[in-house]
Design a protein around this ligand. Structure first.
Ligand SMILES: NC(=O)c1ccc[n+]([C@@H]2O[C@H](COP(=O)([O-])OP(=O)(O)OC[C@H]3O[C@@H](n4cnc5c(N)ncnc54)[C@H](OP(=O)(O)O)[C@@H]3O)[C@@H](O)[C@H]2O)c1
Length: 309
């Protein structure tokens, strides 16, 4: 029984150690040392090169190393019939909740302006309203969106959320579907994107959407770079339609050195680190699922390829 592992950056030893400690019976194989490919039953991967997973003849489950699965479903040669399971993990959720709370508060309290005033040596006592007067909109009411909403609700922000299907969440005004988008945007002074990247959501953060936000609204995108039309963000900042943006994800990653986002005075750039899967707790989720497969039990969190998430 072997698991093939691929990550985007150099944390293979940490993952290998987490699996060795928690499931010594499972053979952990790094992507560039697959050994006998007939022995590989499980893949735990991030952005595998197109077509490669099809080459493992006895693959039973593909586990995504991240919550998003666009990096897998975009492969037209993904082996048909092999379930794809996404990563749902308390540490991953906690990391994103921290990111959203931090940046919503920064936008809400105009911390960027205060930082600039400090650099200029200027004492200007900016007074901001408190959270109940601030309307925050969360696009995506899934695992991460709901956790972020819970944290922001504790601070008493005036919350709304938007999803594909209807939800009822205490303390969150819920909108859904195309018809719900306009009214949701109209009341979102701080917009947080936590959508999966699918055919329906690609490029959704564009000029037409920004035009429906209150003038001077701000945007936080912690989902995927494919959601944002970067030229439209720059134009909306320049026109004053958007006051500021915080972006963790980009069309091209790493963000190219000459990209205007790096130096724009009203853009915060973070290096796709809003939430990174923790090896110990991530391995625990995968091992539990492998044991479920062994016992012939159904797997949770299987992705619906038709929905794209
Ligand atoms: N930057 C980072 O470090 C980082 C880390 C982890 C995850 N992420 C991103 O965060 C995303 C969200 O993760 P999650 O675990 O919360 O996903 P999830 O549980 O699958 O939730 C997705 C939410 O988006 C909604 N949605 C999907 N398509 C929609 C559409 N066409 N219109 C309106 N709403 C739509 C879903 O609606 P329903 O509830 O109606 O199904 C659901 O509420 C991931 O896909 C990933 O891209 C980023």
């Amino acid at each position: 029984m072997a698991l093939i592992f691929r990550t985007g950056f150099a944390r293979v030893p940490l993952w290998r150690e987490a699996f060795r400690r928690q499931a010594p019976e499972l053979e952990f194989r790094a992507w560039d040392e697959p050994g006998d490919i007939n022995e590989i039953e499980f893949a735990l991967v991030w952005k595998p090169p197109r077509g490669v997973l099809r080459g493992f003849p006895n693959l039973k489950v593909i586990f995504s190393l991240g919550a998003g699965v666009d990096h897998l479903l975009s492969d037209p040669e993904l082996p048909a019939g092999v379930p794809v399971v996404r990563m749902i993990d308390t540490e991953l959720t906690r990391g994103m909740t921290e990111y959203v709370a931090l940046h919503v508060l920064r936008h809400h309290r105009r911390q960027r302006t205060l930082d600039a005033l400090q650099r200029a040596g200027t004492w200007n006592m900016i007074v901001t309203p408190t959270a109940p007067s601030r309307r925050v909109g969360i696009m995506g009411l899934g695992v991460l969106g709901q956790a972020a909403a819970t944290a922001l609700a504790a601070l008493e922000f005036d919350l709304a959320g938007w999803s594909r299907t209807e939800h009822r969440i205490d303390g969150v005004e819920c909108f859904h579907g195309r018809d719900g988008l306009g009214p949701f945007l109209a009341r979102s002074e701080i917009l947080v994107c936590l959508l999966p990247l699918t055919a329906a959501t690609e490029g959704i953060l564009n000029a037409a959407l920004f035009a429906q936000l209150p003038k001077g609204a701000s945007v936080i995108n912690a989902a995927r770079g494919g959601h944002q039309v970067e030229a439209d963000i720059l134009a909306a900042l320049d026109s004053g339609r958007l006051s500021e943006v915080t972006l963790d994800v980009f069309q091209t990653e790493p963000l190219p050195a000459d990209h205007p986002f790096w130096t724009h005075p009203r853009v915060t750039v973070t290096p796709h680190n809003a939430s990174v899967t923790d090896p110990d707790s991530g391995a625990r989720q995968v091992i539990e699922n492998i044991r479920r497969v062994r016992r012939g039990e159904a797997l949770p969190n299987i992705v619906d390829p038709a929905a794209g998430y």
